[in-house]
Write a protein that binds this ligand. Structure first.
Ligand SMILES: Cc1cc2nc3c(=O)[nH]c(=O)nc-3n(C[C@H](O)[C@H](O)[C@H](O)COP(=O)(O)OP(=O)(O)OC[C@H]3O[C@@H](n4cnc5c(N)ncnc54)[C@H](O)[C@@H]3O)c2cc1C
Length: 460
């Protein structure tokens, strides 16, 4: 980019401060949590934007896209940069559009739908929704920082998915408005199933400018941690609670020892050598879950009925992909995978993996509801990284024994297990970003020379 590009962008945004060129800021605003993966770390370390712009309105974004299209400048959109596959890292320089200033909640509709700008933080939506009797259906453990646009663009689910499924399920995303990357960028609305053209596309096929997110009725959530001598017993108890239909719940997480030993700030709740379960259950159900846990041989190491504001540790800070963060802080040679065990044969799958990889593969289970309403032991196992070959051996072996793997060590949408086999994200890319200027390089099946959606062959 040239100095003319910088002054043009400042003029378009009517503010010199809206265009960032400071090298340290460029570095910071070009990066996410890609370093979770030793493979992505090596691949993406030197990638950064040439400029970061901070628009304040839909019209600002439209004007920036029009200009960048005309000048052939690549554009990568950023929410809060907490993605961990390098989704928001620009591979070909150009402009990063940081949506931090477009963070308004436009409405919480009485029917339980939040209407938001893309930069709205999930915690703000949760807090505002709770004031009027609603709450997020599901959210990532990064919800304090993460934006709703980034969650739709690069996330998958989290706390709440045990009841509501993933972000893409149950019409949780009711509608989105997207800006296209064309000579004259257009606002296009997607409602109902049409949203799947855009969801989890890493900002490669349109820039989300507004979100309509279905909420769930607010509940008062109690926190509970239960320790068991053996992982098998912990898994069985967690599985029972995950599957029962009487306990309203938001979180059922199992950690095999020594994973709890990584949770430095809450060591007092992590007995040596024991596996742990973390629950969020409805306040009124807490006494019954405590009673059942004791009957099953568990020790209650932490039990906190609902309080607002919450005091003491927030258990979700140790779940989902936060678990990996604590592991990495303890031992940088650790990394993770994203797996789905078979609910029928999970125990056998655990045994086979243990026999093959020993303690290089540690079980961290997050029970979730799948799109058919079944409770599944999803997992973010902590694995020891020796080299890429060993990591691939783990992935191949998991698949061989029926454990699904969404590989988090790839930097293309197609590699991560969330790319639609019906090609609708790719078709949308041809339609809305024909020159391939949005987050270039991240949708590998797209080729800018092949500019008609009709040429997209079904790979399913
Ligand atoms: C410690 C830790 C824990 C995590 N736990 C979870 C978890 O429980 N569940 C989960 O799903 N994820 C999890 N993640 C990943 C990540 O935090 C979430 O997916 C989060 O929702 C991303 O939001 P963000 O605003 O940071 O997005 P970013 O990282 O800024 O962006 C993510 C992707 O979306 C694109 N994007 C951003 N805004 C838009 C937009 N307006 N239009 C189109 N595309 C856009 C970006 O280009 C990028 O490709 C975790 C990550 C970390 C580091």
């Amino acid at each position: 980019m040239t100095s003319t590009h910088f002054s043009d962008l400042a003029a378009i945004l009517r503010h010199a401060d809206a265009v960032i060129a400071d090298p340290q800021m460029l570095e910071r605003l070009s990066k996410d949590f890609y370093w979770y993966s030793p493979i992505l770390k090596a691949l993406l370390e030197d990638k950064r934007a040439e400029a970061v712009v901070q628009p304040r309105s839909r019209e600002d974004i439209q004007n920036v896209l029009r200009y960048c299209f005309d000048q052939g400048i690549p554009v990568t959109v950023r929410g809060s940069g907490t993605g961990n596959y390098g989704q928001a890292i620009p591979l070909e320089g150009g402009v990063v559009i940081d949506l931090a200033l477009m963070d308004r909640i436009l409405a919480i509709e009485p029917s339980g739908v939040a209407v938001c700008e893309p930069g709205a933080r999930l915690i703000t939506i949760e807090n505002e929704a709770r004031k009027v009797g609603w709450e997020l259906r599901c959210y990532p453990s990064t919800y304090v920082k993460a934006s709703v646009g980034g969650f739709l663009g690069g996330g998958s689910g989290g706390i709440g998915s045990i009841t509501y499924g993933g972000l893409r399920d149950n019409q949780t995303v009711q509608g989105i408005e997207v800006l296209t990357m064309e000579p004259e960028p257009r606002f296009v609305r997607f409602d109902g199933d049409a949203v799947h053209q855009i969801l989890h596309s890493w900002g490669t096929n349109g820039l989300i400018t507004e979100v309509r997110l279905a909420l769930g009725p607010k509940r008062d959530w109690a926190q509970l941690a239960v320790a068991f001598d053996a992982y098998d017993a912990a898994y069985t108890f967690a599985e029972n609670i995950a599957n029962d239909t009487v306990t309203p719940k938001r979180l059922v997480t199992v950690f095999e020892w020594p994973i709890p030993s990584y949770f430095a700030p809450i060591q007092r709740f992590c007995p040596l050598g024991q596996s742990l379960i973390f629950f969020l259950v409805e306040n009124s159900a807490l006494p019954e879950v405590v009673r059942k846990a004791a009957l099953a041989g568990g020790t209650i190491v932490y039990s906190q009925p609902y309080t607002e504001p919450r005091k003491g540790p927030l258990l979700t800070d140790y779940t989902w992909n936060h678990t990996t963060l604590w592991a990495l802080k303890t031992d940088p040679a650790l990394t993770y995978l994203q797996c789905g065990f078979n609910p029928e044969t999970a125990r056998q799958q655990f045994r086979l993996i243990r026999a093959r990889f020993g303690e290089d593969f540690l079980f961290h289970i997050e029970f979730v509801k799948n799109d058919r309403g079944l409770i599944i032991p999803a997992a973010l196992p902590i694995v020891r990284f020796k080299d890429e070959e060993y990591l691939n051996e783990m992935i191949d072996y998991c698949r061989e024994i029926g454990v699904t793997v969404a590989n988090p060590h790839v930097n293309q949408v197609e590699g991560g297990g969330r790319f639609r086999s019906d090609n609708i994200q790719l078709r949308a890319k041809y339609q809305f970003d024909p020159r391939g200027l949005l987050n270039p390089g991240k949708m590998a099946t797209f080729s800018p020379e092949d500019t008609t959606a009709g040429k997209v062959t079904d790979r399913a």
